[in-house]
Design a protein around this ligand. Structure first.
Ligand SMILES: Cc1cc2nc3c(=O)[nH]c(=O)nc-3n(C[C@H](O)[C@H](O)[C@H](O)COP(=O)(O)O)c2cc1C
Length: 248
């Protein structure tokens, strides 16, 4: 055990922030942490947008249907970015058609996501709290417009950060035996049996988002997730393709 692991094991999403901004110095430090994240083939195919314009923050909160997006002390939007490298390659007369392939999207999205997690861990280690925001993809087309993203750049994840004004319970995770395997993937016969105890534990979790409602069993949450989605998310591929990603 060490301090880094303690921060990681203590992770919980924070969705209520004190009305204090995060200093520019801290923002720069978090961006530096992101910059030092491992990057596929050293191509550094992501960028970070700090959303400081209150009107844009508010619009992102509406898109995400989450008021805490507007209330965050700092809001990052992590984007998969092959535009910079497209410009670099074109300046050398190189064909960039490969950027439309699945692999180049995966690489850019991975770079953005790994940097996101590094930002979160670093923020938490400084006593800040935060939450990732997949909800910005509810209307990815509008986010692309709002942030004026060029081709080969798409939003991947928002990160709302701030000084925590709540102290949520640690959210219980799947037991190791259903998610850590050795050498090959087992075909379960007893997955539901193995999850019985976990289902009970999840039900004891107290969700600060909807305190009036008991949290469903994990297995019920999984089943519900198959039918509940924001309609805009179903169009994500189309919006990404409009940005010239995932064309083949
Ligand atoms: C990719 C990703 C997207 C997420 N999007 C949202 C979101 O839009 N809004 C939100 O409130 N939480 C979001 N979360 C936070 C998860 O709900 C949260 O991590 C999960 O419930 C576990 O809770 P914990 O982080 O407190 O341990 C997201 C997390 C991830 C990893």
């Amino acid at each position: 055990m060490n301090e880094t692991i303690q921060v990681q094991l203590n992770h919980r999403s924070i969705r209520k922030f004190k009305p204090e901004p995060i200093s520019q110095e801290t923002v720069n430090l978090l961006v530096d942490v992101a910059r030092h994240t491992a990057s596929s083939s050293f191509l550094q195919t992501y960028s970070i947008l700090s959303i400081t314009d209150p009107a844009k923050k508010q619009r992102l909160a509406e898109i995400g249907k989450q008021s805490y997006i507007a209330e965050a002390g700092h809001l990052f939007v992590m984007v998969a970015d092959q535009y910079r490298n497209q410009v670099i390659a074109e300046s050398q007369g190189v064909d960039t058609a490969i950027l439309g392939g699945t692999d180049r999207f995966m690489v850019a999205a991975s770079d953005a996501l790994l940097a996101s997690q590094n930002i979160m861990v670093a923020a938490e280690s400084l006593g800040l709290g935060g939450v990732f925001l997949g909800s910005i993809l509810n209307q990815a087309d509008e986010v692309i417009q709002l942030l004026d993203l060029p081709e080969h750049v798409v939003p991947i994840l928002g990160i709302a950060l701030g000084y925590p004004d709540q102290s949520p319970q640690l959210k219980p995770r799947l037991p190791r035996e259903v998610m850590h395997f050795e050498n090959s993937y087992p075909r379960y016969t007893s997955i539901l049996d193995q999850l019985k105890l976990y289902d009970e534990v999840v039900e004891t979790y107290y969700d600060l988002r909807d305190t009036s409602k008991r949290v469903d069993k994990f297995t019920k949450q999984v089943a519900n997730s198959m039918t509940r989605t924001h309609p805009g998310r179903l169009e994500l591929l189309k919006f990404y393709q409009q940005q010239k990603f995932l064309l083949k």
